[in-house]
Design a protein around this ligand. Sequence first.
Ligand code: MF3
Ligand code: CO
Ligand code: CO
Length: 275
Amino acid sequence: MTQYQIIEGDETAYRDGSIKLHGPDGFAGMRRAGRVAAEILDDLVTFIRPGVTTAAVDDRVRSLMLAAGAVPATLGYRGYGFSSCISINHVVCHGMPSERALKEGDIVNVDVTALLDGWHGDSSRMYLVGDVPLKARRLVEVTYECLMIGIEQARPGNRLGDIGAAIQAHAERQRYGVVRDFCGHGLGRLFHDAPEVIHAARAGTGPELRPGMFFTIEPMINLGRPHVKLLSDGWTAVTRDKSLSAQFEHSVGITEDGCEIFTLSPRGLHAPPYA
Ligand code: MF3
Ligand code: CO
Ligand code: CO
C-alpha cells in the first residue's frame, strides 16, 4: 500500500516511506535548485577536455555551487567527501574525483546535486573527452534517449513502472544492459526519499503518479551485461564485465498534465555533441 502525504508550507520532511505531494512552493524551490545544477553542468561543457583531472572538475563544481548560494548535497553525505560524482568509462556511478586526468576517448558522467534553500536539484550528464569511438558515442546517445523516453511516461494516470518499462524496452532493443542495482529516487527537502524509481520494470506496476510528486530518473545503461560490482573504496560501482556504462539524470515534478523537468539545461546543452 502506497502512502501519499501532502506537504504544505516548510514543515520538516521525514523519511517515513511515504511519497510526498508538493504544492507551488515546492515547485518554485525545486526550479531554483534544479537550475543551479543545470547551469553547473552547462559550464562543464567547455571545462572538460583531455588533461583535466577529475579533482579539478570537482573543485569547479564546488566553487560554482557556492557562488550560486547553494551547497553540494553530496559533501559529507554518508561520509562521501566530494562535491560531485565523476564516473569514467566502465564506472557505472559514484566515481570519486581524483588526480586521474581525463584522456582522449573517455566518456565521463558528472553528477551534481545542488542544495538551495532546503531543496535538492539532482542531475547528471555525459561528456565526451576529445574524439570518442562510435560505439561509445552511440551508447551515450541511446542512454540520453532512455532518460527522455522515461520522462515522457512521467504523467498522472501512469504508474512508476511505466517509466522503467519504456527505458528498459529502448535499451534492450539495442542489446544494452539496464543496471538494476541503483535507482532513481524521490527528492525535495530530502536528497533520497521514497519512491525508488527502477529503470527496468513492468508497465502498469508500482505507485500511481500524482501531481506534486518529485523524483529523479537516472538510467545507467551498459554496453554489456547489467551487472555491477562495488570497488573496495566502498563507493565506486563498475560494470562486472568491464563494458562501458553511461548515465543521464533529471529531477522532475509531476504536474496536472505531465511533468516539469527542474534540471533542464538553460543553454540547450542537453546531450553530446555539445558543439
Ligand atoms: N547524485 C547521486 C544520485 O543521483 C547520489 C550521490 S550520493 C554520493 O542519487 F554520496 F555518492 F555522492
Ligand atoms: Co539522483
Ligand atoms: Co545524481
